[in-house]
Design a protein around this ligand. Sequence first.
Ligand code: HPA
Ligand code: ZN
Length: 327
Amino acid sequence: MPVPKAELHIHIEGTLEPELAFALAARNGAELPFDSVAQLRDAYRFEDLQSFLDLYYRLTDVLRTEQDFAELAEAYLARAGAEGVRHAEIFFDPQAHTGRGVPFSTVIEGLSKGLHDSAQRYGISTGLILCFLRDQSAESAMETLRAAEPYLDRIIAVGLDSAEVGHPPAKFAAVYQRARELGLRAVAHAGEEGPPHYVAEALDVLRVERIDHGIRVLEDPALVERLVRERIPLTVCPFSNVRLRVVDQLADHPLRRMLELGLVATVNSDDPAYFGGYVHENFDGVRDALGLSADQLRTLARNSFEAAFLDAPTRTRYLEELAAYQF
Ligand code: HPA
Ligand code: ZN
């Protein structure tokens, strides 16, 4: 039985498996620039974040109806449930859809339908995190937030993703301010490909509560000390870091060092359809490649529940289940 855990860094569009992409393309009459599932899988070799994003955005074209988004979410939940995920905070990228003519309402209604009853059907509590594409304008982000206003009861937080370098967090200061006024929590991708000072800027200017990725903080010891002192969680994605060439191979991944430094690190899958595994494969991968102890694995799972946007009784229930788990 896999260890109970929360998944806090998962892009729902990044769970689109090639088989589902082809099925949806056929149903919707969408063109895919690949002849077969095998040929598409073969294209999953990336140079960097941008080369991945190019394919990721290209494939979103098959997602067109509420039903498509509902099926995407359900397929993820079925996988996640089997992998010991008890709670998932799920990113979605509305601008990747509204930009090609799919209304915000279609995206959110479809995802909501897929997540509805997830606790009963899959044993997973869920929340949605609306991500802004940082390589688009701040005005476009603000417009997206406005489109979300009728649906705030379905959204727990805002996030920031897409091409990082050259798009510092401060660009979105006003949008995050507005999100906070609307009662949303805040996270941001920072320090994946971008420099460590983007992490500090996300904390100071956007006032985020967690950092997504954040592995480049290791280049700045004073920043590491701050994150340890303030117990800022980092949602680390080991397979993603290898596939996007942020680290050379899993055996070189700094996760173990991060734990030893006292950082509140968690393990997540990012875009599992593209990066070779869901969250449990990431856990097994780092355990084997880095020789993590049972105590370190327990810390990673505990951190995931502590870093989640959960109410106190639910968090306690998950932590008690984890405490009873035998590695
Ligand atoms: N980084 C930035 N943007 C993304 C990612 C990522 O890992 N996955 C999907 N959008
Ligand atoms: Zn991500």
